[in-house]
Design a binder for this molecule. Sequence first.
Ligand SMILES: NC(=O)c1ccc[n+]([C@@H]2O[C@H](COP(=O)([O-])OP(=O)(O)OC[C@H]3O[C@@H](n4cnc5c(N)ncnc54)[C@H](O)[C@@H]3O)[C@@H](O)[C@H]2O)c1
Length: 365
Amino acid sequence: VITDAAITRKVVVQALASIAISSCRGNSESSELMEEVAILKGSNCRAKGAAPGFKVAVLGASGGIGQPLSLLMKMNPLVSVLHLYDVVNTPGVTADISHMNTGAVVRGFLGQPQLESALTGMDLVIIPAGIPRKPGMTRDDLFNINAGIVRTLCEGIAKCCPNAIVNVISNPVNSTVPIAAEVFKKAGTYDPKRLLGVTTLDVVRANTFVGEVLGLDPRDVNVPVVGGHAGVTILPLLSQVNPPCSFTSEEISYLTSRIQNGGTEVVEAKAGAGSATLSMAYAAAKFADACLRGLRGDAGIVECSYIASQVTELPFFASKVRLGRSGVEEVLPLGPLNEFERAGLEKAKGELAESIHKGVAFANK
Ligand SMILES: NC(=O)c1ccc[n+]([C@@H]2O[C@H](COP(=O)([O-])OP(=O)(O)OC[C@H]3O[C@@H](n4cnc5c(N)ncnc54)[C@H](O)[C@@H]3O)[C@@H](O)[C@H]2O)c1
């Protein structure tokens, strides 16, 4: 006779089996349940394991960006295993997302002691960990806290998945990418092709705003955005918009300013409740998908990203890159710039040089 209590227990045990939250080890009751899970998996469970695909970790998975990004990565058919790491709330986020009936197996990891388990075996690591801006703050104001967070996470990557592609979202990206590079250099694992700063949101915004001005579907618009990811370092190349088009000088100054200040527009509208999270999660998921398609060997994948570069005299610069099996396979040239863009480039380079220096100095302190 199967009692209600037995059914309830079986449901709980099955749920735990499918969630596989590694963070619930520790007390005897949960380890007892885990043992039962193992028995169930061995006998009754019909699951065949994960579908083939890539293993992806999100570090900072419980945050404003991390949660919707984790949801979108769970929906990506190229992902077979999804590891969610944060210093808070991952058991809940993991339980929630794991109920989505998509292919990826989801596992949660909570706190520094579980960082190494979260990272081991990953093909792609996405980092949205760190504090966001409040009104009146620049991205550089986040440096003191986020620099340390990115350094610690990258030390874990160097140790546990040195061959993973790394997507850095944490701001200030202009400095956190150089910090990550220095950490990997110290560990002897640095490969500039595999370290990419995520600037996709600037392109997403540029495509949207230009689409509005031209009366086009934003999905049909492609605006290269180069330089970096803060204020004047965000340099939309409006002379290279696809489909080819022309703008009045008022349109150019409106669009340039709106694209450069898109993040601040959201920070002010949220009035203290954070910065862009939903559009950022969308942009990060789009960029991660491009990286995974590159890893799979798809041809012709070109995205803008902030990477180690020889396009200018600066060691890091955002521009169009071709993605492939080894990450960044080619950094594309800037192409012809008009006078307005050349002046913008000079301004961008001044600020970028300082941000890069600050990141390198922090990592070598
Ligand atoms: N690249 C971009 O275009 C872009 C756009 C928007 C925001 N951002 C940046 O992304 C970052 C995250 O923004 P958010 O709105 O999600 O912030 P949030 O505060 O909502 O979330 C950040 C998460 O990071 C976690 N965290 C803190 N320290 C950690 C650590 N040591 N290890 C793992 N996780 C840790 C927090 O617990 C939190 O869950 C910020 O630095 C923000 O400036 C970048």
